[in-house]
Design a binder for this molecule. Structure first.
Ligand code: ADP
Ligand code: MG
Length: 682
């Protein structure tokens, strides 16, 4: 603001130079008093002195050189000004009241004697009037001088007022001009609103938001109208808070050109125009749209970071938990062979890593831990020599707690950084000794079971063989007796029962003998044809039970070296069992397919599979282990419990396998897998 005032001072039209009317006025006075020379010295408030301003019949360039400070109270000019009483100076050269400087100038101006009268306006002293006349001024002259001075004062006063006014209005215009520049060179919109919150003044930037012009397209005009409404409404609500603590105020306006939202922070300052007494608001609008977007983006990023951090922590905890709860020993070793992480299972074998501050076990236990460590270290050292990043093998360690020998399968993997430098080695172990022991036991059990089955089979077969001949004799005898006896004889029915039961016994024996008969000749057999034959044999029985057979036979099925009679018996047994498992009927699906190389469980590379699937009652879990035992049956009187036992024996004799899968209430699937070359031994 001070710069502005300074500029205003320099504006022409203001300043100490006297208006030309003073010359005419002096002429009038000179004439009225017959003065030889006259001079007006006006009071200069800045210098606090009287200064020569205009003169008549004096050297013009000297006029302004006359200066008398008001502090020189004795000086006749000063005392005339102060007292209002005209002062007479008879001899300038010798008058003791006049200072040396003023004296020289006065003499040069020609005032070797003079009368000085004060000039004053209504409220202020204006200056003094000096008159020099050849003839000394009389007292009447002096008296007449007072009204003349008065008149001159009035004139000076008026001139000065006019001058001041003119200066003032020029100053206003200039100020306005600068204000215009000031307000419009600001990029932020600035507005002034009246008491009704209507916009009364705005700078150029504000006009873009708030002023409708005739050239506006409807879209822009609408946006501008909206902005006015929004702003007035906002101002109304803020006005209510007048006098409360200022807080950042915000308003969202519409960009009239883009149509997008603009967010402004508004600095609102209540203002009063003292000239008119109106009150209003001066508002500076700061566009913070970008800022807000950036800060929102920042907030989002921070949140994203935080949640990522949290997720990472969760992930780490989860990993930790997994590591801790895995029963396999896991060890992470850094590139200096220092263990940096070990789970509990690993610590049990190798002791806590020193870095983790675990207690050092004492005595024998520590000894065992050290030995384990040495074994692991040499295993990992080997890995370093190998070009690969992974190495697997086995080491023998001792459980320091139970002192049990453990066979550990070890897999060590080198972890490398971006540039391929190894930074850590992760080692995972698996106690395979225990696993192997379990596997061995399982195999032993299976062997034992199958031997038991075979032994039972052999025993049963030899008994069957021994019983078969006497039973034939009994059967024949009974046959004769039944034919001879009279059907009306009350004993006839006992003979019939004996006949029926003997027949049943021989049926059982036949089934057993059929399987253990010395192996029938094996020949390449068309399994699909066997399925067809078996189907025709059971067709009638199936029809009675409202069951049907669906066949999915592989037309390219290779022939299998087998005993066709025995194999047919197996397929028959399984079909009948399937039918019997579906008391209310259903579908039995029989399919055949060739098994390629590695897919087979059996050792031969090529095999065929026969699958018999039903939708019957299924087999309860607890029956599974007994299924293939002789005489196991859930069918009471009607079952022999030999079908599966015999079938199992036949399939095994062919070097194949018989497997069952079942789900109670849903059905059962039997898979016969046969090597196409027949049994391995011959
Ligand atoms: P049997 O048929 O004379 O009972 P098996 O040796 O053929 O003797 O079958 C033994 C037992 O196995 C049957 O009693 C039955 O409980 C069960 N079983 C065999 N096949 C099936 C099947 N497809 N669905 C349900 N249970 C079956
Ligand atoms: Mg059966």
């Amino acid at each position: 603001m001070s710069d502005l005032l300074e500029l205003l001072e320099r504006v022409p039209g203001r300043g100490p130079e006297a208006p030309p009317e003073f010359g005419a006025m002096l002429d009038d006075i000179s004439r009225a008093f017959g003065a030889e020379r006259t001079l007006i010295a006006l009071y200069d408030p800045e210098r606090r002195s009287l200064r020569g301003t205009v003169g008549r019949n004096v050297p013009a360039d000297l006029v302004e050189a006359l200066q008398v400070p008001l502090t020189e109270r004795d000086d006749p000019l000063v005392s005339a000004l102060r007292s209002g009483i005209p002062q007479r100076v008879r001899a300038t050269a010798t008058d003791p009241r006049i200072g040396p400087h003023a004296r020289d100038i006065l003499l040069e101006l020609g005032f070797d004697k003079f009368v000085v009268a004060s000039l004053h306006g209504e409220t202020e002293s204006l200056g003094v009037l000096l008159i020099d006349r050849k003839a000394e001024l009389t007292d009447q002259d002096l008296e007449a001088l007072v009204p003349a001075a008065m008149q001159a004062s009035t004139e000076i006063q008026r001139a000065r007022d006019v001058d001041r006014l003119r200066g003032a209005s020029t100053r206003d215009a200039v100020e306005r001009e600068w204000l215009w520049w000031m307000v419009n060179s600001v990029a932020d919109p600035i507005v002034v609103s009246d008491e009704q919150n209507q916009l009364v003044l705005q700078n150029k930037s504000a006009e873009k938001l708030f002023r409708v012009t005739a050239a506006d397209v409807p879209g822009r005009a609408h946006a501008v109208t909206m902005n006015n409404v929004l702003f007035t409404a906002a101002l109304s609500s803020w006005n209510l808070e007048r006098g409360t603590v200022a807080r950042p105020r915000e308003i969202t306006l519409v960009d009239p050109v883009e149509g997008s939202d603009l967010i402004f922070e508004v600095i609102a300052q209540p203002a009063t125009n003292y000239r008119g007494g109106e009150r209003g608001m001066v508002c500076v609008l700061k566009n913070v749209t970008e800022l807000r977007l950036v800060s929102e983006e920042l907030t989002r990023n921070v949140q994203r970071l935080q949640s990522a951090d949290q997720e990472m922590r969760l992930e780490r905890d989860r990993l930790d938990l997994i590591l801790r709860s895995v029963p396999n020993p896991i060890i992470v070793i850094d590139s200096d062979d220092q263990a940096v992480s070990m789970n509990a299972a690993a610590q049990r074998l190798f002791g806590a890593p020193q870095a983790l501050g675990g207690p050092v076990a004492a005595g024998r236990r520590q000894d065992l831990e050290l030995r384990n460590n040495a074994k692991l270290a040499s295993f990992i050292a080997q890995l370093r020599l190998d070009p690969g990043v992974r190495k697997s093998g086995e080491i023998q360690v001792v459980d320091p707690e139970s002192e049990e020998q453990l066979e550990m399968a070890v897999i060590s993997t080198e972890i490398r950084d971006d540039v391929g430098v190894p930074v850590a080695t992760v080692t995972v172990m698996q106690d395979v000794g225990r696993y192997r022991e379990l596997e061995r036991r399982r195999l032993e059990q299976a062997l034992f079971d199958s031997e038991k089955l075979a032994a039972t089979g052999r025993l049963a077969a030899s008994i069957a063989h021994e019983i078969n001949n006497p039973l034939e004799a009994i059967h024949n005898s009974l046959y004769l007796l039944v034919n001879k006896s009279d059907p009306s004889d009350p004993d006839h029915k006992f003979l019939a029962i004996a006949m029926k039961e003997t027949e049943r016994m021989s049926r059982i024996l036949r089934q057993m003998l059929g399987f253990y008969r010395p192996a029938a000749a094996m020949a390449p057999t068309d399994v699909n044809a066997l399925v067809d034959e078996a189907e025709s044999l059971v067709a009638k029985r199936l029809r009675d039970r409202r069951s049907r057979i669906v066949k999915e036979l592989d037309p390219a099925l290779p022939k299998v070296v087998a005993s066709s009679d025995q194999l047919k018996q197996v397929i028959l047994n399984l079909m009948l069992n399937a039918a019997e498992a579906m008391p209310n009927g259903g579908t039995i699906t029989v399919s055949t397919r060739a098994l390629g190389g590695g897919g087979a469980r059996i050792l031969r590379s090529d095999a065929v599979q026969i699958q018999i699937r039903d939708e019957g009652v299924g087999i309860p879990e607890e029956h599974m282990s007994q299924l293939f035992e002789p005489f196991f049956s859930t069918k009471g009187e009607k079952g022999t419990g030999l079908g599966l036992w015999v079938s199992y024996g036949i399939v095994q004799a062919h070097g194949g396998s018989l497997q069952v899968r079942s789900r109670e209430g849903e059905g059962t699937t039997f898979n016969i897998t046969l090597p196409i070359g027949g049994p391995a031994s011959g």
